[in-house]
Design a protein around this ligand. Structure first.
Ligand code: G6P
Length: 614
């Protein structure tokens, strides 16, 4: 949700800023802009509608020199995507330029006050209000930039990560954060600023994460200093972040999404490494070792998440209830935070988030913690806000996910939830050692089984060509497969813009069956051994209405295979592990349909990967 980048040092800023914007483009990509102060002390701002590549073309004949600069890639909130609304925004006098990720909720009342004081505005954004407010305090109190930023931020209600340049001080960037992420990379006499670590790791592994209500003053000569909005000096631990550069590049694949789908066997091994013994007899999660009592004695788990992570949460509910015999509720974080939930000291809230920055999930955690719950995080991005704001947790360790539609993060989340459920069950004695071992040994085989499924990529690609005509899709599954049906449908709508719905298979007769005709493809997850006959009946009902059935079956199934129009075979495993296998062909199906339709798979319209606003 908007990416911000900054640089100050001895190198030319613009190439570093543009590369950084490319790395952050998954956060938003409707317009982009840069601002540098050149050696003559001129503050230049260049902006373009569209992607970072459009900004690069726009810059070809411009003076983009300067060793200090800030840059932004936008996901529109206030005002349509256009050059005027793109960041950086100038203050009226043209002395300040500012980039912003977040939402200034009281921008309208601040704007009115500024208009009454003679300020005029060229954009519809909340961000321009902030830069004008800073300018106002600078003029009114004849203060330096830092004091003006502090005064302005005290007036602001909302979320922000900002960076400001002042033409009159070409040796300093001021940056601040509240509820939107901001990382500072420490180089040799140079500093880098970004919404997350991915643009920084190319230059440095030493990173500081700014906390809420903190301001960083980054001076070319004096180095970095951090203060609170109130002006108290704060110290920061420097984190060593090691992200392999290859992990944030396409590595020969046509799209990040395809690369990330294919990475899943290795990612899930990484996720299990050090947690499950290689012979599958033991499981250890450090969070359960350190906080065993709190987790084992929980009266209830409440899982909060958004989007794909919420679907993983639904699978987590089944896993924890089945193995641990503890009740689990799953809530959309956005609903939970405003629902005045009943929470007790014995509750454990599990927050699931790939990015670790989702605003609603962060707010849900804060609410849960205020009401006495213990908070467990399942997060991918190391050092992210959610990771830092939970009592304990487990990283999923699947590496950076760049494609906006989540794939490997989902299977990573499900893997961690599986391990967590088994680990707690072991401690609670709700699983026998024998059953635990057979579950772990089966889990260890999953990466190889995914590898096998990936071999059907070409046949799924050709199957996908058949369905580019479709305007609607239905996905059906039961038990553990029901959330997979929801996730399959979400994947398809996100990247192909085909309307798709997921249902528990037995619910079809209560409404969705009315939609079935010869034009309607129905994906049926038919791997559920206990309910096989029931799912088979559902397929018969669809066929009786001329629906087109794409069935996911266990290898060797010759009953459903004969009835369904198209069949995708999955290797055999136990019921509770099918989500990890069944997700893979559904990801490939969505991917190939979107590619056939010529859609922008990695950066689908209107979406953003890291949703740091409400
Ligand atoms: C956005 C993304 C989804 C993601 C959701 C939750 O909507 O486009 O792919 O599932 O946010 O994100 P999180 O980072 O908290 O898992």
């Amino acid at each position: 949700m908007c990416g911000i980048v900054g640089y100050i040092g001895h190198q030319q800023a613009c190439p570093i800023l543009l590369k950084g914007l490319h790395r952050l483009e998954y956060r938003g990509y409707d317009s982009a802009g840069v601002s540098m102060i050149n050696e003559h002390g001129e503050l230049n701002v260049y902006k373009a509608k569209g992607k970072v590549a459009d900004l690069e073309s726009f810059l070809t004949d411009k003076d983009d020199s300067g060793t200090i600069g800030i840059a932004h890639t936008r996901w529109a909130t206030h005002g349509i995507p256009c050059r005027e609304n793109a960041h950086p925004h100038f203050s009226s006098s043209g002395t300040l330029s500012l980039i912003h990720n977040g939402i200034i909720e009281n921008y309208a009342s601040l704007k009115e006050k500024l208009i009454a004081k003679g300020f005029s505005f060229v954009s519809e954004t909340d961000t321009e209000v902030l830069v004008q407010l800073i300018e106002y305090y600078k003029q009114e109190h004849k203060s330096n930039l830092l004091s003006a930023v502090q005064r302005a931020l005290k007036q602001v209600i909302g979320a922000y990560a900002i960076a400001v340049l002042d033409k009159n001080n070409p040796d300093e960037i001021i940056a601040a954060r509240k509820s939107s992420p901001l990382a500072i990379g420490l180089g040799e006499n140079e500093y880098f600023l970004a919404s997350d670590a991915t643009p920084l790791v190319e230059y440095t592994h030493r990173i500081i994460y700014l906390n809420d209500d903190e301001i960083a003053i980054i001076n070319r000569h004096e180095g970095l200093r951090c203060v609170t909005i109130q002006g108290e000096l704060v110290d920061h631990e420097v984190s060593e972040i090691n992200i392999d550069l290859g992990a944030i590049e396409k590595g020969g694949y046509e799209h990040f999404m395809l690369k990330e789908i294919f990475e899943q066997p290795r990612c899930l091994l990484d996720c299990m490494r050090g947690r499950i013994s290689s012979d599958g007899t033991e499981i250890r999660l450090s969070s359960v070792i350190d906080h065993g009592k709190r987790l084992i004695n929980a009266h209830r788990f409440i899982i909060v998440a958004c989007g794909t992570s919420w679907h993983a949460g639904l699978i987590g509910k089944n896993l924890i209830e089945n193995f641990c015999r503890i009740p689990v509720e799953v809530a959309y974080a956005s609903e939970f935070r405003y629902s005045d939930p009943v929470i007790n000291n014995n509750d454990v809230v599990i927050a699931i988030s790939q990015s670790g920055e989702t605003a609603d999930t962060l707010a849900a955690i804060e609410l849960a913690r205020d009401r006495g719950a213990f908070v467990y995080g399942i997060v991918n991005s190391v050092g992210s806000s959610i990771a830092r704001n939970t009592d304990t947790g487990a990283y999923i360790h699947v590496g950076p996910e760049i494609g906006v539609a989540s794939t490997k993060a989902f299977t990573g989340q499900v893997t961690v939830l599986t391990m967590l459920a088994l680990c707690i069950a072991k401690e609670r004695n709700t699983i026998s050692q024998e059953d635990l071992e057979s579950a772990l040994q089966e889990l260890l085989l999953i990466p190889d089984k995914i590898e096998e499924i990936l071999k059907s990529n070409d046949s799924i690609a050709s199957l996908s060509r058949t369905f580019t005509y479709a305007h609607n899709f239905i996905y059906l599954g039961r038990g553990y497969n029901y959330p997979v049906a929801l996730e399959g449908a979400l994947k398809l709508k996100e990247i192909s813009y085909i309307h798709a719905e997921g249902y528990p298979a037995a619910e079809m007769k209560h409404g969705p069956i009315a939609l079935i005709d010869a034009e309607m493809p129905v994906v049926v997850l038919a791997t559920n051994k206990k309910l096989y006959e029931k799912v088979l009946s559902n397929i018969q009902e669809i066929k009786a209405r001329q629906g087109k059935v794409i069935a996911l079956v266990i290898k060797g199934d010759d009953v459903i295979s004969r009835i369904a129009d198209y069949v995708i075979e999955l290797p055999e495993t136990t019921d509770f592990l099918y989500p990890l296998l069944a997700s893979i062909p559904l990801q490939l199906l969505a991917y190939h349909i979107a590619v056939c339709k010529g859609k922008d798979v990695d950066q689908p319209r209107n979406l953003a990967k890291s949703v740091t606003v409400e």
